[in-house]
Design a protein around this ligand. Structure first.
Ligand code: PGA
Length: 256
């Protein structure tokens, strides 16, 4: 049996009202009696999680961030146990928009370890801000992997997802460019090699690698077929039901 592809919706700080979030979820689910080949994960703003989760068991839910301490006086933060209590199975960690607010690889490492200890599946975002002629971006990605995954046990590696999200390809980056499936394939091989060299693991012991950055219904098929990845993290297009359902349909229709 082939492994299911993963399609993650990162709604970011949208929609503005719970009723709209509910409408969005219902429209996304409508065309599908069930998902046969796709693991669909919706990451809404945390305040909507508990109510949305009651609408459907067909999809899984995830948080968009969490704090690196279990509990305490941390105004405005959300703990891993709160996510678990809201029935989230996943949590995005280290998104570039959070890194831009000051989150470091060290913070991400702490969040990653804590999320695993609570049974959450972390979706760790990595990716360079820009590409340079000297290919320095490979070193940037390598450091992100080494520092974010530092101290993880070999057994926990297969439980995590790594989303390669080059910041220059994210739709909200000013003058963003489009990455190609070849870019994603090259980086996916590189990511797996760095992890394999660092931890001495291979094959099914490696994390699942995903791609994110302006993915929509027009290019998702080629990313999944030729991009060397097992799924996609979708921002902008996940807020448009007609686009997101098309993305899932393409995934469901894939041969492998
Ligand atoms: P995008 O966002 O699909 O709108 O580029 C992806 C992300 O930021 O995770």
């Amino acid at each position: 049996m082939t492994k299911k592809k993963t399609v993650i919706a990162n709604w970011k700080m949208n929609p503005e009202k719970y009723k709209e979030a509910e409408k969005l979820l219902v429209s996304v689910l409508k065309p599908f009696p069930r998902f046969k080949k796709t693991n669909v994960i919706i990451c809404p703003p945390a305040i909507y999680l508990q109510r949305l989760e009651k609408i459907s068991k067909k999809v899984s839910f995830g948080g968009q961030n969490m704090f690196w301490l279990e509990k305490g006086a941390q105004t405005g933060e959300i703990s891993p146990s709160m996510l678990v209590d809201a029935k989230a199975k996943y949590v995005i960690i280290g998104h570039s928009e959070r890194r831009a607010m000051g989150e470091t690889n060290e913070d991400i490492n702490k969040k990653l370890k804590l999320s695993l200890s609570f049974g959450l599946i972390p979706i760790v975002c990595i990716g360079e801000s820009d590409r340079d002629e000297n290919h320095e971006y490979f070193n940037i990605v390598k450091s992100q992997i080494e520092e974010c995954l530092f101290g993880l046990s070999r057994q926990s590696l297969s439980k995590i997802m790594i989303a390669y999200e080059p910041v220059w390809a994210i739709s909200t980056t000013p003058n963003h460019r489009f990455a190609t499936p070849a870019d994603s394939k090259e980086m996916s091989i590189f990511i797996q090699k760095v992890i394999s060299d660092t931890f001495g693991v291979s094959g099914s012991s490696l994390p699942t690698v995903l791609y994110g950055g302006s993915v929509d219904e027009r290019d998702v098929g080629s990313f999944l077929e030729d991009g060397g990845i097992e799924g996609v993290l979708v921002g902008g297009a996940s807020l448009k039901p007609e686009k997101f359902t098309e993305i899932i349909k393409i995934c469901e229709a894939l041969k492998n």
